[in-house]
Ligand binder design. Sequence first.
Ligand code: NOJ
Length: 760
Amino acid sequence: MLRRILLGAVILLSITTNAQQNDAKMNAFINNLMSKMTVDEKIGQLNLPTPGGGIATGAVVNTDVETKIREGKVGGMFGVIGVDNIRRVQELAITTSRLKIPLFFGSDVIHGYKTTWPIPLGLSCSWDIPMIERSARVAANEATADGLCWVFSPMVDIARDPRWGRVAEGSGEDTYLGSQISAAMVRGYQGKNLAADTTAMACVKHFALYGAAEGGRDYNTVDMSRLAMYEYYLPPYKAAIDAGSGSVMTSFNVIDGIPATGNKWLLTDLLRKQWSFKGFVVTDYTAINEMVEHGMGDLQAVSALALNAGTDMDMVGEGFLTTLKKSLQQGKVTQKQIDDACRRILEAKYKLGLFDDPYRYCNPTRAKNEVMSADKRAASRYFGAHAAVLLKNSNQTLPLKRSGTIALIGPLANNKSNMLGTWAVSGDAQTSIPVFEGMKNVGGNGVTVLYSKGANITDDTTLAKKVNVFGEKVDVGPGTPEQLLNDAVATANRADVIVAVVGEASEMSGEAASRTDITIPQSQKNLLEALAKIGKPLVIVVMSGRPLILNRETEIASSLLQVWHPGHEAGNAIADVLFGDYNPSGKLTMSFPRDVGQIPVYYNHKNTGRPQSTTSEWDKFRSNYLDVPNSPLYPFGYGLSYTNFSYGDIKLSKNQMRSTEKITASVTVTNTGNYDGEEVVQLYIVDPVASIAQPVKKLKGFQKIFLKKGESRQVNFTIGKEELSFYNSDLKWIVEPGDFEVQIGTNSNEVKEAAFKLVK
Ligand code: NOJ
């Protein structure tokens, strides 16, 4: 035993010594380089331009980037895609700039790079942390093969408002799950060695609280208590930092009245001092300049504000490039602040191995072998199937039989342009598999699949125009809405079962794509009503970038399957689920409202002093609505399987514990249905009495298990101090003695319960 401890200590010591030696080497290298740099060259390192070209997310793109590179006025680039292009730009920096400092190259790699898979919200519904880590690993592999070394991901903004289009890019409403996913993605992108030519530097975003924009309107004001920040919104960013994320991107919103990019409390006191973040902070697109509109002063003033706050790199806006020297001369910023920021950028380049070999990510052979390779498409198909959430399945309509005739109907049923979903900037949607093709591939010869479009995604031409800004996502016609509908009804009449693929175009969610009406567009509602009238089994497959309101769809569907925007292998992945080659196991990570007026509706809300009655849906002088219940249509954690799982009672290892001890909560889960399948067993903790009013429950653990039909398994959760703690008024993470409740179940609403006491 002693030998083992000693050996461990020696290993730890040698790891520490190695790390120290590496740091010393890096510091010496950077000190030497910086001693040769002019102020202009140092400020140049803080500049991150984009040449534009279809992927700009703001009105401004940079001009004359080539001259700036020659003059040493560029630190990195984003929006340059392709191994040859990146090599060319790197060559320019290395051969023409005075100090030959390499550039780094970043991009939005959000749900895959060129090979694309389900939007992050969909991926989160897998609750499969190793799989999500693998997805980031695969993305890094492909992106680095094509010249990139920096990915603007993970996006970890907790969001409770499905009107906000960017819920598509995150992992939903829960802090615990969101933090696990955040850390997993950083591990996946960065691996163990950032300098390896297959790993990329992560950039956790958007720091911070961007998901809490008022009214779900993008870029809007955020105003929340420190308690809410610490308890619910900040942990996923912290998880990414703890996992070693090399960079952080600021958000567009204000925090306590100060835009994140100029917020010293956020970027210095919290991020650097409390969280010990050692990497660099980059702004979001023109976020420094946008502080002028926020009312924080002119460009010089806001650029100085950003640097003083702790921002290191200016994305696109060139406020740093054009004003920092003047601010230095006027004493508004210090040389040390510029040096610190420059050092952090150079350190990132050093860690990425770019000083050893500026072309290490520019290997055309890797590009040829890795980009859109068969294994990546296979991974995309696997991820696609695992993101699907089965919301309803009456009469076991699903899985479909591989015989008879299926009428595949809907504007998204034979569509390529919407399959990748929002923010798939490098993916080519035309190489995606539409559902029609997937159904034929997977269904095989025994089944006949007929297709009819049935409706346009929307008949609202004003909306269509806005959705089509990046290319045609909503195509209208051919044929009038009536002709489309009639053809669909005629097609459906010839079939045994109808599968309708409906929902949102990919650009109806994502950045600057907020909606106040989050139902399926009217044209498709009309189609669904007509199909329901036929009286045949109706499977509704919903593609969307956010939770939609699906009341009517729930009523009329025999089966309802939420598939998000599934990515390149959409058709195959969906068909794998529909025909039962993969038994769906997804569980919602955002509550699905019944009505937009309920928003925000989320599972871990606090109680009120007048909670809704447990016996009736409405009571005077209680916290409820006159017209809809408080509950969501589908709660957090909800999702069905083709099989059934039953839960035994919870067994606790003891009924009382001290805060230094642990309790094991066990439950036996049995697959009682007719298929093998996976279940996400969820653990919630309730703290009924505390010095800070606690939410009605909090997710504190989950396990995804596979059970063969008829199989039972005991699932154990360990509960200790960490699971029982919360932030108090002094923002201290504390635990208070008293009664606690443990809930274990299949979703946040259907749980078994047990109780125990925490004693001093
Ligand atoms: C703006 C978005 O908010 C951010 O997520 C993205 O990384 C940048 N644009 C760069 O495209």
